[in-house]
Design a protein. Structure first.
Length: 145
């Protein structure tokens, strides 16, 4: 700002003392000091306001840039997922299952037979036959009779 050295301040003070006199010089010095303080405060407020405006402008530009980036379409290098059908699996000769036996209904004149409880049930994975003594037949008496 203004660059005053010690010699300029001393010369100005001597001239003010001669012109104003010793009675008015303290009042005038006080007023000049108040004006200088107000001028410095106004300069500080102006610089702070300018810094806030610049900062707000930079934030607005950054916000706009980020918004534009977020709203821009995705680059072409990211493709949408495509359905790829699985390849047909050819069964190996070792893992072939035995052919299914077709259901043959019983002859119309034959009586329906009761299921064989002593045979293994392949659907449940039974490997041993069921004990025929566990379920009493109607012809066998029960132990508590």
């Amino acid at each position: 700002m203004l660059d005053f050295g010690f010699s300029e301040i001393l010369l100005t003070s001597a001239i003010a003392l001669v012109v104003l006199g010793p009675e008015r010089l303290p009042k005038v010095a006080r007023q000049v000091g108040n004006w200088m303080g107000r001028a410095r405060a106004m300069a500080r407020q102006l610089s702070e306001q300018l810094e806030r405006e610049v900062s707000a402008d930079e934030l607005l530009k950054a916000k706009t840039k980020l918004h534009d980036q977020l709203m821009a379409p995705l680059p072409n290098r990211i493709a949408a997922p495509q359905y790829v059908p699985p390849e047909p699996q050819v069964p190996s000769p070792q893992s072939q299952e035995p052919p299914h036996q077709e259901y043959e209904p019983p002859a119309p004149d034959a009586e329906p037979s009761a299921p064989d409880l002593t045979a293994a049930d392949p659907a449940r994975g039974d490997s041993q036959a069921v004990n025929s003594q566990a379920i009493p037949s109607p012809s066998q008496p029960t132990p508590h009779e």
